[in-house]
Design a protein around this ligand. Structure first.
Ligand SMILES: [Zn+2]
Length: 53
């Protein structure tokens, strides 16, 4: 079974192994579909984490 994770920036669901970029924030690992999404997240992590749901 492929584990799906959500890119919190573009809200796209991606398979964990498809994630191009990862970062850790508050001890949680976030995965992103692209470098661009990761950079946006790093600039304003709180903004994207608030949208979670
Ligand atoms: Zn993305």
């Amino acid at each position: 079974m492929v584990k799906k994770i959500k890119d919190v920036v573009c809200r796209k669901k991606i398979a964990e192994k498809e994630a191009k970029e990862k970062t850790e924030h508050n001890k949680i690992t976030y995965c992103f579909c692209s470098k661009g999404c990761k950079e946006k997240f790093l600039k304003e992590p709180e903004k994207y984490l608030k949208l979670k749901g």
